[in-house]
Design a protein around this ligand. Structure first.
Ligand SMILES: *[C@@H]1O[C@H](CO)[C@@H](O)[C@H](O)[C@H]1NC(C)=O
Ligand SMILES: *[C@@H]1O[C@H](CO)[C@@H](O)[C@H](O)[C@H]1NC(C)=O
Ligand SMILES: *[C@@H]1O[C@H](CO)[C@@H](O)[C@H](O)[C@H]1NC(C)=O
Ligand SMILES: *[C@@H]1O[C@H](CO)[C@@H](O)[C@H](O)[C@H]1NC(C)=O
Ligand SMILES: *[C@@H]1O[C@H](CO)[C@@H](O)[C@H](O)[C@H]1NC(C)=O
Ligand SMILES: *[C@@H]1O[C@H](CO)[C@@H](O)[C@H](O)[C@H]1NC(C)=O
Ligand SMILES: *[C@@H]1O[C@H](CO)[C@@H](O)[C@H](O)[C@H]1NC(C)=O
Ligand SMILES: *[C@@H]1O[C@H](CO)[C@@H](O)[C@H](O)[C@H]1NC(C)=O
Ligand SMILES: *[C@@H]1O[C@H](CO)[C@@H](O)[C@H](O)[C@H]1NC(C)=O
Ligand SMILES: *[C@@H]1O[C@H](CO)[C@@H](O)[C@H](O)[C@H]1NC(C)=O
Length: 858
């Protein structure tokens, strides 16, 4: 006060000097050079102040350690240097020694810890990076000599790499603290077992394996109950490509770099994932493995050949066909002995003639441990055959993302997971253990199997086919045989056959089996409407009632006597074209019910006339409004966003929630119908395909779809999966935002809407692609989020596209942190034109989409 009054200038100077004086200390240093040191009490701080390096004492301890911790919070230590060699007082220093090594010295300047490298030049410096990595490198050449990320203690940070190498084998990269306040080496280690689909393992020094994550299927670890592919996608879990030393690395990389995430191996032997909650200023624990309340998570808790359940209480049960090894111990609840076979395998008795054994399936389980697991390519049938043919093979599984897995010897660490875990494996048992034949004596079995095997197989097969046909007819909710006019059982058989053809070797009967065996699916009630009343309703298919031309027929509006409006799709009569699609649509859509899928009300057939009857959509299809300059203003941003959400939910239902896993294959604006309230409904299932439970992709030799909406792998290789629908969805989303057809770019500077969107997005001008009629009234954040999601969906590589579950999550989250898209370089137009396919392009009357049917010459 007084100084100010007396002499403001000197007051200012004093302040300036203070500022300069403190500036020396305030602006943290992140580098330590030769001859410099960090004393106890000083610290290094990384560039953006995320991490700090210095001396610390754990809670309730007076020992001093050099460590790295997050600067944002209460000291959460992620790395410790002298963990086994604490300094008893505050006289320690961290410095770079004369030999260039990073060293920690105690008060008597004797060595407590060293980076311990030989042959270093003397000009080295250590820098604490913003990732939490302490890097010792040569100041002249920048060659990295040592980094803390390669010598971690108990914490796995983003950017760290956990090696996966069959040459190194099990690599125990992380080691726990001894106790919550003692960083010295504890009993537990964590690392990756590279064998099979690699798994994360926690080892206990006293007991060996303590926990395992289950095999990595290239998206998630299959044995972690709650690991979601969405989280995996958002947090960027990844197994890198193998380098020249055949080493791969597990890494993770949160899509939002300011997200603070860490995995820690806790002192009591659990892997714990936490995320920094900046609002509440605390770490939230996202998951803990092994789960402290689930004993079944502990390695092989029930012993070999037994499953562990924890649904109400912990319960161990032997696999079917096995019995407790020591029944008295087992009944006392000492499960460690596990189970053994009741009946020795036939192939073992006969030295390898393998055909006498069979397999039992087990669902929703953590797959057996991989110590004796072999991987191979092929499909599930080949997998079964190869396992059956080799007596040492005791189990097999076919898991998408991993392939065919076959086990030898004991089946170890089986745990029941919840229904969401879509995992199944098959284990070998003696044929007498298979259902129905248990009571028959072995001799009888041998006789029967030798004499009657062929006969039985043929008979069963015939019976099974016959039963299937009958069941089919009933499932459709229609009278059997003659009075089932829309879809006779013959038709189903035909479509079954042709599908097999189309799926080539990959899917022997798969899709139709699931459909017919669809016991979980509601039985559809298909009303059969006779031809004359349909003709009356549509004024004899008058031109005035004509709505447009769908994928495989003309669509008319009709009105039933009661006043109910309907849409009728009439299959273009004489040509056989469309018959397949017609059947496919009947079979499929009748089983699906969702507010974002169009509803099939009935069907009609008479002579050559085949018709499908749908609910009527007064607002026609999306392309009709969206691409018409006079109408597109009807679609304000809110409506468009709800249309996008609706389509995403409909698609998610097809892909996941309908339990049938259906790939639509022809998603486009003209296949999105709008009801009175502008709710979107996905229509036209003529090209849709059903996938089996574990199947992830299929190949077709007949590529059908719409030009501009086809994903690269589908257009070029005929490879389709849920991710090809995601691609089409991305294109559609960009169309809805921009109000422009993907194909309207043919003559412009850009080859496609995608190229156009990318270039604007890349220059931070994404708002310019928004339809001018809504640009001023829309929510910028929502629009940008949608464009961002659109860019993710149209990534060239199917792997980089999110699943529809992730898309829905991203759409519904206020401000999600999204991964950065890469530039999509493929545009379907260019590649299609370049490809040497014979193409059959026919421009349809009412829509400007070009439907492409390509037949690969191979
Ligand atoms: C530090 O933050 C700035 C601005 O937020 C950013 O541009 C820079 O990349 C960050 N540096 C590191 C190493 O993360
Ligand atoms: C430290 O000591 C207090 C009092 O003895 C105890 O309550 C607390 O749990 C201790 N903290 C740790 C990490 O051991
Ligand atoms: C330093 O040396 C003194 C005397 O040699 C010894 O008593 C003391 O324990 C030493 N301190 C450390 C930290 O080693
Ligand atoms: C340094 O390495 C040598 C051998 O490479 C080893 O014997 C010694 O124990 C190490 N010292 C420290 C402090 O790790
Ligand atoms: C570590 O193992 C030792 C025996 O080797 C045991 O006494 C100690 O309790 C174990 N510590 C923990 C945290 O399990
Ligand atoms: C899995 O999720 C459910 C519900 O979200 C939760 O109750 C359960 O504790 C979670 N289990 C684990 C192991 O995280
Ligand atoms: C491969 O191994 C050699 C010899 O151990 C090593 O020099 C090289 O740096 C390794 N390559 C990679 C990419 O790690
Ligand atoms: C549990 O059973 C195994 C044999 O199955 C036996 O070796 C072990 O001693 C038993 N443990 C206890 C605590 O009884
Ligand atoms: C099976 O092979 C073993 C050794 O390979 C042999 O000792 C045994 O006699 C064989 N048994 C039969 C039934 O061939
Ligand atoms: C059976 O499988 C084992 C390993 O699983 C393999 O070593 C052996 O060669 C196989 N035998 C035959 C006949 O394929």
């Amino acid at each position: 006060m007084e100084t100010n009054k007396k002499n403001p200038v000197s007051g200012f100077l004093v302040a300036l000097i203070y500022v300069l004086y403190f500036a020396q200390f305030c602006c943290a240093v992140d580098t330590i050079r030769q001859g410099e040191s960090v004393a106890d009490g000083d610290s290094l701080v990384s560039e953006n102040e995320t991490f700090e390096l210095g001396f610390f004492s754990p809670e309730n301890s007076t020992f001093r350690y050099v460590g790295i911790w997050y600067k944002v919070d209460v000291k959460t230590v992620v790395w410790v240097a002298n963990r086994d060699n604490p300094i008893p007082n505050k006289n320690g220093v961290l410095s770079i020694g004369v030999d260039g090594n990073l060293v920690v010295l105690n008060g008597n300047t004797s060595l407590v810890w060293s980076s311990n490298l030989t042959g270093l030049s003397s000009n080295t410096a250590a820098i604490l990076r913003d990732t939490g990595n302490l890097v010792l490198s040569n100041t002249d050449t920048s060659k990295v000599h040592w980094q803390s990320f390669e010598h971690p203690t108990d914490t796995f940070l983003p950017g760290m790499r956990a090696p996966v190498s069959s040459l190194i084998g099990e690599f125990h990269i992380f080691r726990s603290w001894k106790s919550s306040n003692d960083p010295s080496l504890g009993n537990f280690t964590m690392g990756v077992d590279p064998n099979g689909g690699p798994q994360i393992i926690i080892w206990d020094r006293n007991m060996g394996r303590r926990w395992r994550s289950g095999q990595w299927n290239s998206v998630i670890f299959t044995g972690i109950p709650n690991m979601s592919d969405i989280a995996s996608f958002l947090y960027g879990f990844k197994l890198s490509q193998a380098d020249e030393n055949r080493t791969q690395y597990f890494t993770y990389d949160p899509s939002n770099p300011s997200d603070l995430l860490r995995f820690r191996l806790t002192w009591d032997g659990r892997e714990q994932q936490s995320r920094w909650d900046d609002d509440r200023k605390m770490w939230t624990i996202m998951q803990t493995q092994p789960d402290p309340v689930n004993i079944c998570d502990l390695y092989n808790h029930c012993g070999n050949h037994a499953t562990c359940d924890n649904f109400e209480a912990v319960k161990c049960s032997c696999l079917d066909g096995f019995r407790p090894k020591s029944p008295d111990q087992w009944s006392k609840g000492n499960w460690s002995g596990g189970c053994e076979r009741r009946v020795e395998l036939q192939c073992q008795r006969t030295n390898g003639s393998a055909g006498e054994d069979g397999f039992k399936g087990l669902k929703h389980v953590k797959l057996p441990d991989s110590s004796n697991l072999l991987l191979s390519a092929g499909n599930i049938d080949a997998c079964e055959t190869s396992c059956l043919g080799n007596c040492s093979c005791t189990a097999y599984a076919f898991i998408s993302g991993i392939g065919c897995m076959t086990w030898e010897g004991d089946l170890i660490d089986l745990q029941h997971l919840d229904e969401a875990a879509n995992l199944q494996f098959f284990y070998r048992v003696h044929r007498s253990e298979l259902d129905g034949s248990r009571k028959i004596s072995n001799i009888v079995i041998i006789i029967i199997s030798v004499l009657g095997a062929c006969f039985l197989v043929v008979t069963i097969w015939l019976l099974w086919r016959y039963k299937k046909k009958l069941r089919d007819s009933f499932r459709l909710g229609l009278p059997v045989v003659s009075s089932m006019p829309c879809c006779k059982d013959d038709d189903v058989a035909v479509s079954n056959k042709s599908k097999n053809k189309e799926f080539s070797a990959d899917l022997s009967g798969g899709p139709v089996d699931i459909l017919i065996d669809g016991s979980q699916v509601n039985e559809p009630e298909l009303t059969v409407i006779n031809f004359s009343s349909v003709a009356a309703a549509t004024k004899n298919f008058s031109e005035a009632n004509r709505l447009g031309h769908g994928g495989f027929g003309t669509v008319y509006k009709g009105e039933l006597p009661g006043g109910q409006e309907i849409a009728v799709k009439r299959l273009s009569g004489q040509s056989g074209q469309g018959l397949e699609e017609f059947k496919n649509e009947i079979i499929l859509i009748a089983k699906l019910q969702h507010r974002n899928l169009v509803r099939l009300l009935g069907c009609s057939i008479e002579g050559d006339e085949k018709m499908l009857i749908y609910e009527y959509m007064p607002n026609k299809s999306l392309d009709y409004i969206l691409f018409d300059e006079t109408k597109q203003a009807q679609l304000d941003w809110r409506t468009r966003f709800s249309i996008i959400e609706g389509i995403a939910r409909g698609l998610l239902y097809l892909h996941r929630d309908s339990r049938l896993r259906i790939i639509h294959r022809d998603l486009k604006a003209s296949n999105i119908l709008l009801d009175v309230e502008m709710n979107p409904k996905i229509s036209d299932f003529g090209m849709a395909r059903i996938f089996g439970g574990n199947q992830n992709e299929a190949i077709t030799i007949r590529v059908v779809g719409t030009y501009g909406y086809m994903s690269p792998e589908y257009a070029m290789e005929g490879l389709f999966s849920v991710k090809s629908d995601v691609y089409s969805f991305g294109v559609l989303l960009l169309e809805i935002v921009s109000g422009r057809r993907n194909t309207s770019f043919r003559s412009s500077d850009y080859t496609s809407l995608i190229a156009y969107a990318w270039s604007l997005w890349n220059e931070d001008k994404a708002m310019e692609m928004v339809d001018p009629s809504i640009r001023d009234s829309c929510s910028t954040t929502q629009v940008l989020k949608c464009i961002h999601i659109g860019m993710l969906c149209v990534q060239d590589s199917a792997m980089h596209r999110p699943t529809m579950a992730a898309v829905v999550l991203m759409l519904e989250t206020e401000t999600p942190t999204l991964p950065m898209p890469k530039q999509p370089t493929y545009t379907s137009m260019r590649s299609l034109m370049d490809a040497e396919y014979s193409m059959d392009i026919h421009e349809t009357a009412s829509s400007k989409d070009v439907t492409v049917t390509m037949v690969d010459g191979r």
